[in-house]
Design a protein around this ligand. Structure first.
Ligand code: FAD
Ligand code: S2G
Ligand code: ZN
Length: 489
């Protein structure tokens, strides 16, 4: 493949034929559910499905299928399995590890047409919905019912809840609402042989046998296609506040985090860290006016969500006074209204977007002990600077080395925005970053998953035994290997 020349197309997979195309057109009708890149030149319609959100990975699918029902997914997969046609399940195509686009000519199966909310129980808060429902649509639906989707991330406007579950996305609310492994109660999925995994339960507790849904949560489309999920949705908080602080060091940020847990405790719903370099790039790259005067080496964004506005505001006010008096925080602002809440959040959510502004970005999504979280950013910056690869002018490929992320989950996003991708830079970064993480017994992929980008490095965070056991699961459910090949394990 272009991005990975060492990966060759597996010859065991069949090439798409007119006969295959005919089958799919008869099954789905030849309307918008079938994008046929074989006969007519539909390449421009197919293009968006072949390249990922970062424009870093590009496939050559000749066919995109958009099934409208679980039964259609089952028939498609059974046919592909019987005819050795490789497939890529695709949701909103916002994944960041190249997992959602073909490597070669795999057929793209996109779930966007399966976008129905099936049911919502106002008493239990349990939502049952098709995999193709857009995250923001699900959350807006729940807001009407005074409930909240227990996941939020910058891609909410495009990503689908099936893709979120398939990547076990973490996001901005995990600190408060936990992981999808805890909130997803049931899964409906289809295995490559067409078997429907009918485990779309709506029970909080069901201790009858192996809990197989967890294989699909974070399975990245490698053992089946998720077609429906049931998920426990909490009550939406009436009182939400956001504060944005400037701090003098990462040690100060850790003190602020401890103080927030201590003083805000049950109403703390997010604690995000952004280094000063990310905020400077927002100002220089996107012309964003930052909420605080002056430059601080670190910033954090804190959100509280509770049921009593007066009680929470008093708690947050006391917290603010404490961290200012104790000189943990150098400067800070508390949002006064919804507009300001959105503006403060944009200082965090705007970071991924701006980092791709200059041409490209090397991304490392890492779990590390919270005390060491920022040391790797300094070490990588020193390494690239000593190699003469970071600078303000075009002769240097790297713009900067920055760190930000879900500090509350000890999850760092180490990003190196570049003017162009560069082999020299890659040699300095890998395996340096992975060895650094391994020494700290961290994870080389905290929430974004493996896809194609991190597949070669799973060994830095998983033992040979665990990788062997995972491969046995893969071989059991996808013996012909047609599900999202060349990725994951
Ligand atoms: P896609 O990108 O289409 O697919 C992702 C993977 O899931 C692929 O391997 C695909 O084959 C598989 N897949 C998709 N749908 C299905 C299905 N129905 N059944 C089986 N497999 C399927 N991630 C985080 O964890 N935390 C963040 O804070 C975060 N912030 C982000 C911010 C931005 C701006 C962007 C662009 C991305 C961010 N992400 C984040 C990445 C996140 O993982 C994806 O955005 C999202 O979870 C994937 O959903 P999707 O529908 O786009 O899936
Ligand atoms: C985030 C998104 C993508 C990135 O912003 O929390 O998960 O840039 C990331 O790493
Ligand atoms: Zn993230």
């Amino acid at each position: 493949s272009e991005t990975y020349p060492e990966i060759k197309r597996n010859s065991k997979f069949a090439k798409l034929s007119q006969e295959h195309m005919q089958y799919f057109q008869e099954l789905l009708g030849s309307g918008s559910a079938v994008l046929d890149g074989l006969s007519k030149d539909a390449s421009e319609d197919i293009e968006p499905y072949n390249s990922d959100w970062m424009r870093k990975y590009r496939g050559h699918a000749k066919l995109v299928l958009k099934p409208g029902s679980t039964e259609e997914v089952s028939k498609i997969l059974k046919y592909c399995n019987d005819n050795m046609l490789a497939v890529v399940p695709q949701g909103g195509n916002t994944g960041l590890v190249g997992g959602s686009v073909p490597v070669f000519d795999e057929i793209v199966i996109n779930l966007q047409r399966m976008d129905k909310i099936r049911s919502f129980d106002e008493v239990s808060g349990i939502l049952v919905a098709d995999a193709g429902v857009i995250l923001e649509v699900a959350d807006n639906f729940l807001a009407e019912k005074k409930h909240i989707f227990p996941l939020d991330l910058g891609a909410k406007g495009s990503c689908q809840i099936g893709g979120n579950v398939a990547t076990n996305a973490g996001g901005l609310r995990l600190l408060r609402y936990g992981s999808l492994h805890g909130n997803v109660l049931g899964i409906e999925a289809v295995l490559p042989d067409g078997t429907v995994v009918d485990d779309l339960l709506t029970l909080r507790k069901n201790n009858t046998g192996y809990d197989l849904k967890h294989l699909f949560i974070g399975g990245e489309g490698t053992i089946g296609i998720i077609t429906g999920i049931s998920i426990l949705c909490p009550q939406r908080s009436a009182a939400v506040n956001v504060a944005y602080f400037g701090l003098e060091s990462y040690e100060h940020a850790q003190k602020a985090f401890r103080a927030a847990k201590n003083q805000l405790s049950e109403i703390l719903s997010a604690f995000e860290m952004m280094d000063g370099r990310t905020q400077k790039l927002l100002r220089t790259g996107a012309g964003k006016k930052l909420p605080l005067e002056g430059d601080h080496p670190f910033y954090c964004l804190i959100e509280t969500s509770g049921s009593n506005t007066d009680h929470d505001s008093e708690k947050l006010q006391n917290f603010l006074e404490h961290v200012m008096e104790a000189e943990i925080v150098s400067d800070g602002v508390l949002a006064q209204d919804q507009t300001q809440i959105a503006d403060l959040w944009s200082c965090r959510e705007g970071v991924p977007e701006i980092l791709g502004h200059w041409g490209g970005v090397y991304k490392y999504d890492l779990s590390l002990p919270i005390a060491d979280l920022y040391d790797i950013v300094n070490d990588v910056r020193d390494r690239l600077t000593n190699a003469g690869l970071v600078g303000d002018d075009d002769s240097h490929p790297c713009i900067d080395v920055v760190g930000y992320g879900h500090m509350g989950d000890a999850n760092l996003h180490l990003n190196i925005p570049v003017r162009r991708y560069d082999k020299e830079v890659e040699k300095q970064l890998e395996p340096f970053v992975y060895e650094w993480v391994q020494k700290k017994s961290g994870s080389i992929s905290a929430e974004h998953g493996l896809g194609i980008a991190k597949k070669p490095y799973i060994g830095y965070s998983r033992s040979d035994t665990m990788i062997k056991l995972m491969r046995q699961i893969k071989d059991l459910y996808d013996p012909k290997g047609i599900m999202n090949p060349y990725k994951y394990i």
